[in-house]
Design a binder for this molecule. Sequence first.
Ligand SMILES: CC(C)(COP(=O)(O)OP(=O)(O)OC[C@H]1O[C@@H](n2cnc3c(N)ncnc32)[C@H](O)[C@@H]1OP(=O)(O)O)[C@@H](O)C(=O)NCCC(=O)NCCS
Length: 182
Amino acid sequence: MIFSEKEIILKNGEKCILRPVSKNDAKSMIEYLRMVSGETPFLLRNEDEVNYTIEDEETLLDNKRNAPREIMMVADVNGIIAGNCGIVSNGNLRRVYHRCGFAIALKRAYWNLGIGTSMIEYALALAKEMGYEQAELEVVDGNGRAKNLYEKVGFVEEGKNIRALKYDDGTYRDEYKMIKIL
Ligand SMILES: CC(C)(COP(=O)(O)OP(=O)(O)OC[C@H]1O[C@@H](n2cnc3c(N)ncnc32)[C@H](O)[C@@H]1OP(=O)(O)O)[C@@H](O)C(=O)NCCC(=O)NCCS
């Protein structure tokens, strides 16, 4: 969905624009995804699993931009994609039409500047405007920074998926389900 750009001032005084993604972001988005996947163990992909072509990414971004009930938002700091968050539909079946998913990741250099809080608040307000009644997400055990952010904006832990992620060294981590009624 296309939504209004929003300017925020970060804790370090820099300006950041929260805006819809466009297909012109394809190259930067692949670079961003590769970087965040390598910087934290709390996302689904390993860095070497980010193998999209520019053409694939352009198509995906275009589809996201034009999806009526989805949002892909980037945090743009001086032309650099600092982070990305998304509202994802559960499909058009009436019994799950009221639910959406939420996901977010920022490059490490942009953590703790207030971007995550601003993005999640804006995305959830847009989700409510779109008619969603609840937002849902998964957070990996040990990701205190993310859990703190989610609880701050009203998400509540509602379940646990044990051994949800398996790492290359053979270890596992559980994942918590969190829900916010909008
Ligand atoms: C989780 C993430 C989105 C948070 O975004 P952010 O822009 O850093 O968050 P903010 O600056 O808005 O807020 C961070 C909050 O966490 C707090 N915090 C910082 N380090 C923390 C830690 N180790 N444990 C708990 N809380 C912490 C900060 O004090 C701040 O709280 P406050 O607003 O009450 O002062 C970001 O760190 C990130 O992208 N991490 C990697 C990817 C990821 O984990 N994504 C979530 C997957 S579920």
